[in-house]
Ligand binder design. Structure first.
Ligand code: KG4
Ligand code: ZN
Length: 342
């Protein structure tokens, strides 16, 4: 089955072709980051308009790369949520329009379930069951995964997502959007011993996260340095380092607890923040200690992409799921624990 995947939930237009016999055949991405950077964050209306501009040429690009005529597609999957409603509508309406014209099934899928299964596109994918740490700009969740659609939420952020915290810390440090990679880069020059930030919610049991206090702590630290007249480049790097260490440490502590609580030996880490090198190094060490293994998507499939949507769509379409004819789905808020086995 050849499935076209379409991702337009936020600021990346992603398209891919997944063949259930051959695997991932082609994929393409257009990132709107440069356009939104000017405003310090995603501007929803600009995002929708740009998806409208980019999506059809990107679909053609993927079909050309695959050497496949549109008429040879067997099904289409698109991100139905969660995300920005206008942006989601672009993908949903394009997918439904094409599916109607071609007379093939179409299915709206869950963006975070896509991230969760992105490591399945790698050469040595994890077997079920596993613990998944989903860390993106909008979500921070620990999930016990027993199979496709068999998810148990173990814990989640009660306020900001980890990626959101990175983005806000970046802004405070005068860095561009999206902040995660920039904070990580600045942190490399930081002195790990100079400042120590709190590890929120790690002093009591449980698997929930909170990152808004850390944000306030970061702002206070920057103000103090500023007032003392010592906010130079080194001090900014020290703040970035202390911030990154605090987020990474917090995520690692909770992953350890989740592996203990479930008695599982496989950890999947996905979503934009899973690109963070320090997080990966720390999780590798943690897994090695307990004879466990960590799995990640390749770099470009950590952040938003069409490949994960094509893959997830293919699994659910194969199981017989599809949207009703003409019923587009665009669900801005869509809790993952409502997902079911196909
Ligand atoms: O999954 P994603 O592309 O979009 C959402 O679904 O949210 O994640 C984007 C988030 C942003 O907050 C970005 O700052 C963060 O992932 N991010 C990183 C890194 N690369 C991206 N955070 C920390 N370190 C990185 N290397
Ligand atoms: Zn995402």
């Amino acid at each position: 089955m050849r499935v076209l995947g379409i991702e337009t939930s936020c600021d990346e237009t992603g398209v891919a072709l997944f063949d259930t016999g051959r695997g991932l055949v082609a994929d393409a991405l257009y990132s709107q980051i440069a356009m939104h950077a000017e405003y310090g964050g995603v501007v929803p209306e600009l995002a929708s308009r740009d998806h409208t501009r980019r999506l059809l040429p990107l679909i053609q690009q993927v079909l050309d790369a695959a050497g496949l005529a549109r008429s040879k597609l067997d099904a289409i999957a698109y991100t139905a949520g969660p995300g920005l409603v206008g942006a989601l509508m672009v993908g949903a309406s394009t997918a439904h329009g094409m599916a109607r014209a071609l007379g093939i099934p179409v299915l709206g899928v869950h963006h975070m379930e896509g991230h969760l299964l992105a490591p399945m596109l790698e050469d040595a994918p994890p077997d079920f069951p596993f613990v998944a740490l989903l860390v993106s700009g909008g979500h921070t969740q620990l999930v016990e995964v027993r199979g496709l659609g068999r998810y148990r939420l173990l814990g989640e952020s009660v306020d900001d997502a980890a990626g959101e915290a990175f983005d806000k810390a970046a802004k405070m440090l005068g860095l561009d959007y999206p902040g995660g990679p920039q904070v990580a880069k600045l942190a490399e020059a930081g002195d790990p011993g100079r400042l120590r930030f709190p590890r929120p919610m790690t002093d009591r049991p449980g698997l929930d996260f909170s990152f808004s206090g850390l944000k306030t702590h970061t702002l206070t630290a920057i103000r103090h340095l500023e007032q003392a007249g010592s906010l130079d480049n080194q001090a900014r790097a020290d703040v970035a380092r202390a911030f990154e260490e605090a987020v990474v440490d917090t995520l690692v502590i909770k992953c350890r607890r989740a592996l203990d609580a479930t008695d599982l030996k496989r950890l999947v880490v996905a979503g934009g923040v899973s690109a963070n090198v320090r997080l990966r190094e720390r999780l590798e060490r943690e897994c090695a200690k307990r004879d466990a293994r960590a799995f990640y998507p390749r770099g470009r499939f950590c952040t938003d992409n069409g490949a994960m949507i094509a893959y997830l769509g293919a699994q659910r379409l194969l199981a017989g799921e599809h949207d009703e004819t003409g019923i587009m789905k665009a669900v801005p808020r869509w809790p993952m624990d409502t997902l079911r086995e196909p």
